[in-house]
Design a protein around this ligand. Structure first.
Ligand SMILES: NC(=O)c1ccc[n+]([C@@H]2O[C@H](COP(=O)([O-])OP(=O)(O)OC[C@H]3O[C@@H](n4cnc5c(N)ncnc54)[C@H](O)[C@@H]3O)[C@@H](O)[C@H]2O)c1
Length: 308
């Protein structure tokens, strides 16, 4: 199978590309950040370049597309909403249009747990509709638009896609703005670890190896036209995460601070997210718990330092 990974030079995309490669498939990366030194062949092209996308799809003829290109950092999205619409919404429309035109059999789309903020209930499964009043953040709006575009392309062009809505991800290669990365780097520098707000918001951190496996399994026939919620195996508060990381480094100090760029973010405190469907359909369940994930991340950081 030929698998095109958009955003394949990014944090999650690299792991997804590797998983398809390990599965014996041919991988091509499309990412504005791609360079010839990257682990997989690719091209430095924007997903908004519709003409180039159509040429590339017509020439290389991917069977499957894993679509992860886009602006992932909610604070960057808050600062640059127009660029975010371009990368996340226009880019998704262009990928889906090129995929439909070239006979791609499946597009697996990076969605986000942030869309739950556009739902009126605290217990969410994949059938819960979005509120017409929206979710109060540009990032969420782009993620809802991606899902709606996938449905339109399915209905109008018969293009099969699968949306994975996942919780915050961590693991090797994560970008500095992600809280696990920020805490580990702060702790390695002797602290303090800065928790924004009261630290009571809860998250089910998902290890990137588990997520890459979900992208791989999402090409199964049963996943056509489906949306899946994905979460890490346990829910912890940001404050608890800070203390776990602090302890790994012998008890570095933890501080709390208000941060204005965090407004409108996912409120997760009382939410229960059902992951029954992905377990049932794809036999997927997260395998890496937060303690193991943090330990392996710390070991990797130490190896990196030792290697200079
Ligand atoms: N990291 C998380 O915790 C998380 C959680 C839920 C959803 N997501 C979603 O997963 C996807 C991947 O996130 P990530 O954390 O790997 O982010 P990332 O920033 O590491 O990777 C995104 C990649 O997309 C590329 N890109 C951006 N705009 C592009 C464009 N116009 N054309 C081509 N390439 C472009 C970037 O160069 C980058 O390599 C995103 O869609 C993000 O919204 C991430």
């Amino acid at each position: 199978m030929r698998c095109l990974v958009t955003g394949g030079s990014g944090f999650i995309g690299r792991h997804v590309a590797r998983r398809f490669h390990e599965g014996g498939h041919e991988v091509l990366v499309l990412d504005t950040r791609w360079t010839p030194g990257d682990p997989f062949p690719g091209e430095a092209t924007s997903v908004t370049d519709e003409r180039r996308l159509r040429e590339l799809f017509a020439g290389w003829r991917p069977d499957v597309v894993a679509h992860l290109a886009g602006m992932a950092d909610a604070r960057a999205v808050l600062a640059e909403p127009v660029a975010a619409m371009d990368a996340n919404v226009t880019g998704t429309a262009a990928v889906l249009a090129a995929a439909a035109a070239s006979g791609v059999s499946r597009v697996v789309i990076a969605g986000s747990c942030w869309v739950y903020n556009a739902m009126p209930v605290n217990a969410v499964d994949e059938d819960e509709p979005f509120l017409p009043s929206g979710a109060g953040h540009f990032y969420t709006t782009t993620m809802i638009a991606k899902e709606l575009l996938a449905r339109d392309f399915a209905r109008l062009h018969g293009l099969e896609s699968t949306v994975l809505r996942y919780s915050p991800v961590y693991g090797p290669g994560m970008w500095p703005g992600l809280v696990v990365s920020a805490f580990l780097r702060a702790a390695a520098a002797g602290g303090p670890l800065t928790v924004f707000g009261d630290g009571e918001e809860r998250r089910a951190f998902l290890h990137v190896h588990d997520l890459a496996e979900a992208f791989y399994r999402a090409t199964a026939p049963v996943a056509a036209g489906q949306v899946y919620n994905l979460e890490g195996p346990e829910i912890i508060t940001t404050g608890e995460l800070a203390h776990k990381v602090s302890e790994l480094f012998g008890g570095v100090p933890v501080e709390h601070r208000e941060e204005p760029t965090r407004r409108g973010e996912l409120v997760y405190s009382q939410r229960f997210v059902s992951t029954y469907k992905v377990r049932r359909d794809l036999g997927w369940a997260p395998e890496i718990g937060i303690d193991e994930g943090l330990r392996t991340q710390l070991a990797a950081m130490r190896e990196e330092v030792a290697a200079g």
